[in-house]
Design a binder for this molecule. Structure first.
Ligand code: KG4
Ligand code: ZN
Length: 336
């Protein structure tokens, strides 16, 4: 039985896994604590993780009906993410593991989003093409085995989720922006405003979302506060359609370039209804299998970290005592 902890951003998460089966998956969102700031404040996030991580781990064990003595490895997100936030999770995992001389499994957060697709029920077996779009990352990845992924293309500036959050702020919608924009867009006309779909003519598989965010900013300036209030739904719908269009254009291109039989989505933006529908349509047209995990497994959670941990190297006690979290880049070797 595996205990997994995820604290890379603003959700304090713990899960218990029995192989690929989720026994519990507890998420304590800090969204309310950050909403007043219109985005995540790293120091506030770290402090909240510190307060929440113990009760969240206890809740995960309790919901799973599993005693700490039955856990035989502890996994935690090691990066990338907010360093103060990551340190809380990795230190907690180290403490729990060291107390019982258990192995520690540091996990890459992005691989976690990929590995959400390996969970029961109906786990997806590699190879597959994975579109990952979250608050911090946007990429197309080739998943050829359970242990990792190869980045085929990624955003050159903002992440898709970041564009949702920043645009939501400009439109006077709440944080996190994605669900708020999606909700507002339901009442709007996606063709009301012309928004740039970046990179469409660029031959590669990279993305760019900062121009779109700037376009929303200019439209808001032109309209003024009252105009924005009047046209909010149309602005949200037009913006969302441009994000979906760019993601889907690159996904189609990647499908053309490779011989993929399956596609999966990951990351918070994969919870977006119109994106899920657009991808489903493309996959149906091309006869490609589509795996869509439930929305609760798209946004940050610890079950996906536990899932990735099953295929990641474990570090035996006491070698991990000097292990550090990493804010950017990839997992480093263990420092003794
Ligand atoms: O994967 P995630 O929970 O955290 C990161 O690793 O960043 O993704 C969070 C991002 C936020 O930017 C949020 O606005 C976006 O995912 N998001 C959505 C939706 N739900 C969450 N974006 C669009 N539509 C949604 N329904
Ligand atoms: Zn994430």
């Amino acid at each position: 039985m595996l205990l997994a902890i995820e604290t890379s951003c603003d959700d304090t998460c713990a899960a218990v896994l029995d192989g690929a089966r989720i026994r519990s998956n507890v998420i304590s969102s800090q969204a309310a604590a950050h909403a007043g700031f219109g985005g995540v404040v790293p120091e506030v996030a770290a402090r909240h993780h510190l307060e929440l991580v113990e009760p969240v781990v206890e809740a995960a064990l309790g919901e799973a009906g599993v005693a700490l003595e039955e856990i035989d490895a502890v996994a935690a997100t090691a990066g990338p993410g907010l360093i103060g936030a990551l340190l809380v999770g990795i230190s907690t995992a180290k403490a729990i593991a060291a107390a019982r001389r258990l192995p520690l499994i540091p996990v890459d957060h992005i691989q976690g989003h990929v590995a959400a697709n390996f969970l029961e029920p109906e786990p997806l077996e590699p190879p597959f093409l994975c579109l990952i779009a979250s608050g911090g990352h946007t990429m197309l990845a080739a998943v050829r085995d359970h242990a990792g992924h190869e980045v085929l293309g990624q955003t050159l500036d903002d992440a898709a989720g970041e564009a949702f959050d920043k645009s939501a702020r400009l439109l006077g919608l709440g944080y996190p922006g994605g669900p708020a924009v999606q909700h507002e867009a339901e009442e709007g006309d996606a063709e009301a405003f012309e928004m740039p779909v970046a990179m469409a003519r660029n031959p590669g598989l990279d993305f760019s979302f900062s121009g779109l965010k700037t376009a929303v900013l200019y439209r808001c300036r032109e309209l003024g506060a009252e105009g924005v209030a009047e046209r909010r739904a149309d602005l949200a719908a037009s913006f969302q359609a441009a994000v979906v269009e760019q993601l889907v254009t690159k996904l189609k291109r990647a499908l053309k370039q490779g011989d993929w039989e399956a596609v999966a989505l990951g990351g918070g933006v994969a919870a977006n209804g119109p994106l899920r529908e657009a991808v489903a349509e493309i996959c149906e047209e091309r006869g490609v299998r589509l795996k869509l995990v439930p929305i609760s497994l798209c946004t940050d959670n610890a079950a996906m970290i536990g899932s990735a941990a099953r295929f990641a190297p474990r570090i035996e006690y006491p070698d991990y005592l000097g292990y550090d979290a990493f804010a950017t880049g990839e997992a480093r070797a263990v420092a003794h």
